[in-house]
Design a protein around this ligand. Structure first.
Ligand SMILES: [Zn+2]
Length: 261
């Protein structure tokens, strides 16, 4: 099918059938020994359920698909959580001393990616930005709306993804690595919205949780924790995330059930 590529904006090009989530995410979810249902949460208009259905849309030209693969996905899926349980990035973090650690018994640790040469900061940033942009650039939801509408930040992020500008200054990205647990493959597509002047979105996939915030007045803690602009490029390792991801998933499913009956 020919049309206008949403990323490079070139018209009358052959468009690829893009999935919302890259195929490698589906591959990395298989073979989890602790899996109940290994499929991602599919978000519909008013519910969420786990499904292997891979929604496709004609979004990008071949060149832009390659751009996403080369600039972000390749490194993330080489170093992320594999379906055999290995996780090169987590192994790298374990070999370094964290910059900060929660004083209580919790497992949250912060590392400075700038001091860890094995971490490809630009690839992780590019990958996360490309996923949130996908959630804003196409109405993936069955009710015809976008799951993570970036509003005025969609165009600056598109320009960043095209290599025309740097990462937008009013956007903050938090990168979190998930510690081993029975549900660290739990996946949901980028989901977000606006709370007054602040854009808040979250994306969970095997081994990672990404948060994206955008505002003309970003709260200082979000700026400090930003993987792109925060001092030392902070990256968080935590097992606490799992409970909040699971709780959110269960809530969505319960909401969906009530609607159905
Ligand atoms: Zn393109």
């Amino acid at each position: 099918m020919r049309g206008k590529c949403k990323l490079c904006l070139i018209d009358w090009v052959e468009l690829q059938a893009s999935r919302f989530l890259p195929a490698a995410i589906y591959r990395s979810m298989r073979g989890d020994p602790n899996k109940g249902n290994p499929n991602p949460w599919e978000i519909t208009a008013n519910s969420a359920r786990q499904t292997s259905r891979q929604v496709k849309a004609s979004l990008l030209c071949h060149e832009c698909e390659q751009r996403f693969s080369k600039n972000g996905e390749r490194w993330v899926f080489t170093n992320g959580l594999k379906n055999d349980g290995t996780f090169p990035l987590a192994a790298t973090l374990a070999s370094y001393v964290p910059y900060a650690q929660e004083p209580d018994a919790s497992t949250t640790k912060v590392y400075h990616a700038a001091e860890i040469p094995e971490i490809n900061i630009s690839a992780l940033t590019y990958f996360a930005a490309s996923m949130f942009w996908r959630g804003s650039a196409h109405p993936w939801k069955v009710d015809g709306t976008c799951p993570a509408p970036l509003g005025p930040y969609q165009e600056p992020i598109r320009q960043y993804l095209m290599g025309m500008t740097g990462f937008p200054s009013d956007v903050a990205l938090t990168v979190m690595v998930r510690e081993p647990s029975s549900i660290r493959h739990l996946t949901h597509v980028p989901l977000g919205g606006w709370w007054n002047e602040l854009f808040v979105a979250k994306f969970a996939m095997p081994g990672f949780v990404f948060l994206l915030n955008a505002s003309k007045n970003l709260p200082p803690p979000l700026r400090r924790n930003c993987f792109v602009r925060g001092e030392g490029n902070p990256i968080v390792l935590s097992g606490i995330l799992e409970k909040s991801i699971l709780d959110a998933g269960v809530q969505m499913v319960n909401r969906g059930r009530r609607k159905v009956h």
